[in-house]
Design a binder for this molecule. Structure first.
Ligand code: AMP
Ligand code: GLY
Length: 452
């Protein structure tokens, strides 16, 4: 079967890499893809949001399945469009994807169905939001309702910060229509973990968990990014947490969506905070995570094509989904300057000398004129390795990283370090507060906040 993959990140390269291992896969097409996916299939010059172009590509290349990586085409209704055209597609419909692209929708669904989450108020009027904040206790979190490329959440330690965040979203309109509604929520403290399940709308696969690192610099300092690394499974993850996440969050959410007439199919991704008061949902995403996918798919023992087809056809109960107990660590290599301005077209060297024990998933790369790839984005690649332990996986991943060079290359040196038992990088004095940090209330200190 030919398969079309939509997207151009390391997540999509990892999906292509795993699908290449499926016996049932014929030709792979990736729209638009990158230099890494070009080695596994044919890249198609069509953006991930050009729905007409994607329908044409799926028909022209006789794709028996289209797999959608990023959230933007899902929010634009790619699944509904493909279904209308009778083209098999993996992912949630536009109505179901609201779980990600409307935080207010997700929050209200959780409130209706008793799914544990932070206490929240939703506002459509900036003055009302500011009045509420004026009498609320801090810290609190201000979130824009819609998609904001990971930039729409502000953890505020003062009321002034919260008022500013509200004004930026609702008055300056820094996030456009995404900021028309704003959520003000209780600040949760604990360890963060992401959990994933495949679902056909009625059945869910066993959960798999990962931790990611959103800050640019070691010790969780610096600005937020799309993600600088990831590992799976988290060292603190166990059967008890997995059943709680399944019973309290994942199953009730899928069942609530079905009951309310928006059956959810695809991958459901919940960002959780493990608080002293139990686990709580921070957010839902309607797809696989990036960079989490890069550390999850190497652990998947089930044939990915069979799993995707079982999900699409409502037969997930007949598919045994297995994850190896081995650990996987992924380190993101970024262009200097990211997440701000950075150069493109920089030659990447050393890829051929990366040991076989590591695998490199490309993101912002494109084939260069001499054959060697050049940089073409902020996050350039994720270097991943499996190991019997997190420490071994980490060592192998960084051995891979050490072989790759490009001008101004930046990466974090502490991915999975604490989890693997390495000493923690001292926190820099000039860094801004961590998400969720709240010493005032006698909650766990920095060593216990977030899984990094
Ligand atoms: P989100 O996009 O909703 O996952 O938020 C991005 C990040 O903000 C999360 O990964 C958390 O680190 C932080 N965050 C979001 N909501 C809260 C909350 N209610 N309390 C504390 N931190 C939060
Ligand atoms: N790793 C965060 C995301 O994929 O949204």
């Amino acid at each position: 079967m030919n398969v079309l993959i939509v997207g151009n990140g390391a997540r999509e390269h990892a999906i292509a890499w795993k699908l290449r291992q499926s016996r049932g896969v014929g030709e792979l097409f990736i729209a638009p893809g990158n230099a890494g996916t070009a080695a596994l299939g044919a890249n198609i010059a069509c953006s991930a949001t050009d729905l007409d172009g994607l329908v044409r590509a799926a028909r022209e290349h006789k794709a028996g399945l289209t797999v959608v990586g990023p959230e933007t085409p899902l929010a634009a209704g790619i699944v509904d469009r493909f279904r209308t055209e009778d083209l098999p597609v993996f992912g949630p419909t536009k109505a179901a994807a609201r779980l990600e692209y409307s935080k207010a929708f997700a929050k209200e669904l959780m409130q209706r169905h008793g799914i544990p989450t932070a206490k929240t108020r939703v506002f459509t009027n900036p003055d009302e939001a500011k009045r509420y904040v004026a009498s609320a206790s801090v810290p609190l979190v201000v979130k824009v309702d819609g998609l904001a490329a990971g930039k729409g959440v502000t953890v505020c330690t003062t009321r002034e910060q919260a008022t500013e965040a509200i004004a930026e979203a609702m008055e300056t309109k820094a996030f456009g229509a995404a900021g028309e509604r704003v959520l003000v929520e209780e600040c949760l403290v604990g360890r963060e973990v992401s959990v994933f399940a495949f679902t056909d709308g009625r059945h869910l696969s066993p959960l798999v968990a990962a931790c990611d690192y959103k800050r640019l610099l070691d010790g969780d300092a610096g600005p937020n990014t799309g993600g600088m690394g990831s590992y799976s499974p988290p060292e603190f993850w166990d059967e008890r947490l997995a059943s709680q996440a399944m019973d309290l969050v994942m199953r009730p959410t899928v069942s609530a969506m079905a009951h309310e007439g928006n059956p959810y199919t695809g991958v459901l991704y919940a960002g959780l905070m493990l608080t002293t008061d139990g686990l709580k949902v921070l957010e839902f995403n309607c797809r696989l995570g990036d960079p989490e996918t890069q550390v999850l798919l190497p652990r998947l023992q089930t044939d990915l094509l069979e799993l995707l087809l079982a999900t699409v056809s409502g037969r997930l109960d007949q598919c045994a989904v297995r994850w190896t107990a081995e650990a996987c660590v992924g380190v993101v290599l970024a262009s200097g300057g990211y997440p701000g301005e950075y150069r493109r077209g920089v030659r990447i060297q050393g890829l051929e000398s990366v040991p076989e024990s590591a695998v490199v998933f490309h993101a912002g790369t494109k084939p260069g004129s001499g054959g060697a790839p050049v940089t073409d984005g902020g996050r350039v690649m994720t270097v991943c390795a499996l190991g019997a332990s997190l420490a071994e996986a980490r060592k192998k991943a960084y051995e891979g990283v050490a072989r790759i060079q490009f001008d101004d290359m930046h990466y974090r040196r502490d991915i999975a370090a604490v989890a693997a038992g390495a000493p923690r990088t001292p926190r820099r004095m000039d860094e801004s507060p961590r998400f969720g940090e709240n010493k005032a209330q006698g909650v766990p200190g920095p060593d216990r906040t977030r899984c990094a």
